[in-house]
Ligand binder design. Sequence first.
Ligand code: TNX
Length: 542
Amino acid sequence: MHVRVPLNRPELSILPQPASIVREEGYFQLTQDTVIVTDQETQAIGTLLANMLAPALGFLLSVLTDEHTHLPTISLGIDSQLAHLGQEGYMLKVTAGQATLRAAHPAGVFYATQTLRQLLPVEIFSSTPVSRTWTIPAVSIEDFPRFSWRGCMLDSARHFIPMQEVVKLIDVLAFHKINVLHLHLTDDQGWRIEIKKYPKLTEIGAYRRETVIGHARRPQGYDSTPHGGFYSQDDLREIVAYAADRFMTVVPEIDMPGHAQSAIAAYPELGVLKAPVEVATTWGIHPYLYNPTEAVFQFLKDVLSEVMAIFPSTFIHIGGDEAIKDQWQDSQQVQALIKALKLKDEDELQSWFLSQIRTFLAHNNRRLLGWDEILDGGLPSGATVMSWRGMDGGIMAAQSHHDVVMTPTSSVYLDYYQSNDPAEPLAIGGYLPVDKVYAFDPTPTVLTPEQAQHILGAQCNLWSEYVQTTEHLEYLLFPRAIALSEVVWTPKERLEFSDFRGRLAVHEARLASLNVNFRPVEKLDQEQMFPARADLVVPGGF
Ligand code: TNX
């Protein structure tokens, strides 16, 4: 008998909500006798599942590739018949006798295991053994994502995010079926990636003398405390491999031609002024730009070569944002170049600059991705746009047949305040409560169906100017990144905030067991008590 159940039934609190889920009768019991049976392509996923369940179970389930077992099984496998569910879709059927996880591709089987974890009692997330009966409700699930780009950006440049936190967040984000981790690795306040050919990038560029205290628009002095750190190439390879095992791509960002002060602090000859400058100690837009010369292009190509050797991602993010052009305007040599190239202005020079980089990346079979300022002065051919200053840049790009990732400040900037509560920790500004993230639709209605195909998906961005601890980082991420995960995974017609809220209330016990800090959902009820704060102005390019 098939029963359509209310979506927010606690035992079926799955985040993000699957495309279709039907509760069947009965339960599967997971015991010491249960075995995980896999085929060759899903063996690693089976092992990962066994390892994820082991701490709470207190025993490690065996992973076998022998199909003729008589034991109760969790069966993982590839089934080409499920090609209609796409690259990442899956089927999960649980009966009293067996849990069957199938997909046309391994990514789908991985996502089925993440759903399975959420069907188990919440104690399964405990890091120490819990003695209880482990039941899984009988269900039929067919599930697939709405978008192929389901991302989250972490800013390791403004405040360094330690290795173990990055690894922890990969686990938590993959658990919510996020499949892109965008790492913002370079900025005015710090260079965070080891480059062997240019050791000073990290020797000098990875450290700043001190940091502004309080909000940069209302500074309260400087803290006289050095801040810094960087990832070695081995660290980054470990991050890439860890993410790949969880079907997540790590997209590196090397910002140019602006947000380059830490690189210029390390090698002043890269800059327009050639004068020494230190790694920035305050936030906001800084004027230091790379000089558009052959030597600087060589430097950038050398850096990108090392980046590409670490990151297999097809997309390489080159920033392109907030490059105010004062230094290019004031430089005779740059102005002469603009003339010689018969360009109209500095915006066209930026477009020309990025076209050089685009060509280099294309020779290496990579694609250039940049913030929407790369539209200024003409979009380099084949470039993909990350639309952050609203949706318009993304709309323009999609209309001219370029791929787009939507990431507008108004819907997905997790550095914004999530509440008007005066007790909230200092943030950059803005107001982005979780329900506003949830209401975000990455596909603008003005696009034709063909143009809408260019919307690869969306991501949330967590800029870290005001984020000094991992607890704070997680507090800003959760639950808003989970709301985003549902926006980009679940079919639009299945999205309903009150239902999400109900499931989230159950889910919080899982997050707590996973040692993840989050803003409790019950606090949402208090929100109307707080008057709108005048200081939560939209920061806009701060
Ligand atoms: C704008 S979003 C920036 C970042 C800041 C952020 C703060 C983007 C491409 N550039 O450099 O950290 O605002 O919200």
